[in-house]
Design a binder for this molecule. Structure first.
Ligand code: HEM
Length: 400
């Protein structure tokens, strides 16, 4: 059996965060299983191996953490993302039923109306920032209301959520800087839980009622609130920002979507495939296993690079091309299987509402110089100046 190839470059430097795709290509070329020397961890970058690992949660477990450092893996263990088996089932069931497409149906019109109002006012202005003015607006107003997060403290949510993703990376400077912010978020959530300061009739209020009936522990309820706040903001904001950036750089694809608005759901999948908001999470092997012809011992930590799998030339034809007509539904940008994103229905609803409103009002995007956000896990733009050419003819894809 051949030795596992090593990769010396650190994929968590500023440069590699801004331009990760050549690193991912090199990792895939080296083989199905590669050792990242900088983090001394095994990485899987090819689609088939990432998908197979996600399909075997008993072997590639999450309960020993999915981050890249021991602190987050110890501290976060036991939340929905970082749990296994019956504990995971119980946590996931406790809140996820609020986020199913069926449960979200009554909020569809409200979300679409909010997107329409926002886009109309921005198009009237003519120029705006696609991240701060557009991409952040819906996630920041909708998710906290849905979960029941109190009004005070919302001004910190973006910083806290971003810090959580930095903290999920290796313990580099970015992760260290994130620690006080993550602590502040935890303290706020604990205080909110102790004081029951959540919005009435919200998911969180329902959970605390379950705590009062003795059906759920208080600590689980607190963790659940954070489970649904922390992963819901930067991810969706990243996807909306990337969508504008991609459509601005590929006006033919925007024209195609305007001509064939029924492609909207697939176009959003293609955005997630090409610019996957979460680059990857890790797992720990519960038993020795052979992966890609290499024997890996039990307890090995393995990083699953979703963003690389989504550009694997073995799976995707011309993987770097933005093509809204390709069948992009098989991407692993929302993960896959038991831990597959519990909030993807909401993310799709928000992002598609924004794109639907833009299809009605915008013929062309002209973008200035974007700035990248530097985060250990999230791929996102920090800013993207946009001028829009308003539409002269209206296009309106149906709300599903
Ligand atoms: C475009 C937006 C989003 C992307 C790309 C995304 C991506 C992901 C990915 C890749 C995972 C799987 C992690 C793993 O297997 O290790 C995940 C899990 C999760 N996501 Fe999302 N997410 C998004 C939006 C949201 C939203 C809006 C929410 C909540 C309202 C949310 C809540 C969760 C939760 C709770 C989990 C853990 C599920 C589990 O472990 O069972 N996400 N997400």
């Amino acid at each position: 059996m051949s030795a596992i190839p090593s990769y010396a470059a650190d994929i968590y430097t500023d440069e590699a965060i801004v331009e990760p795709y050549e690193h991912y290509r090199a990792l895939r070329e080296l083989g199905p299983v590669v050792r990242l020397l900088a983090q001394d961890v095994i990485v899987l970058g090819r689609y088939a191996d990432v998908k197979a690992a996600l399909s075997a949660p008993d072997l590639f477990c999450s309960g020993r953490g999915v981050g890249m450092n021991d602190v987050i893996n110890t501290f976060g263990a036991g939340n929905t993302l970082m749990s296994d088996g019956a504990i995971h089932d119980r946590l996931r069931t406790a809140l996820a039923h609020r986020l199913t497409p069926r449960a979200l149906r009554p909020t569809r019109d409200t979300i679409q109306q909010a997107a329409d109002d926002l886009v109309e006012s921005l198009v009237t202005r003519g120029s705006f920032d696609a991240v701060s003015d557009l991409a952040r607006a819906l996630p920041l107003s909708i998710v906290p209301d849905l979960v029941g997060w109190p009004e005070d403290g919302r001004e910190h949510l973006l910083d806290w959520a971003g810090a959580t993703f930095d903290f999920l990376g290796p313990m580099n400077g970015r992760a260290q800087q994130a620690v006080p912010l993550v602590q502040a978020m935890m303290e706020f959530a604990t205080r909110t839980a102790d004081e029951r300061a959540v919005l009435p009739c919200s998911a969180a209020a329902e959970m605390f009622a379950a705590v009062d009936r003795g059906e759920l522990e208080q600590s689980a309820a607190t963790a659940l609130i954070l489970d649904y706040i922390a992963p819901s903001l930067d991810t969706t904001i990243s996807a909306i920002g990337s969508a504008i950036w991609l459509f601005a750089r590929h006006p033919d694809q925007w024209d195609m979507l305007r001509a064939r608005p029924e492609l909207l759901a697939n176009a959003f999948n293609e955005v997630i495939r090409l610019e996957s908001p979460i680059r990857g999470f890790s797992r720990v092997l519960t038993a020795a296993d052979t992966v890609g012809g290499h024997d890996l011992p039990a307890n090995s930590r393995v990083l699953l690079l979703f963003a690389s799998a989504n550009r694997d030339e073995r799976r995707w034809h011309e993987p770097d091309r933005f093509d809204i007509t390709r069948d992009a539904g098989g991407h692993v940008g929302f993960g896959y299987g038991l831990h597959g994103c519990a909030g993807q229905g909401l993310a799709r609803l928000e992002a598609q509402a924004v794109l639907r409103a833009l299809l009605t009002h915008v013929e062309r995007f002209e973008v200035g110089q974007p700035t990248r956000a530097l985060n250990n896990v999230i791929r996102a733009l920090a800013s993207l100046p946009v001028n829009v050419v308003p539409a002269t003819s209206s296009v309106r894809p149906a709300t599903p």
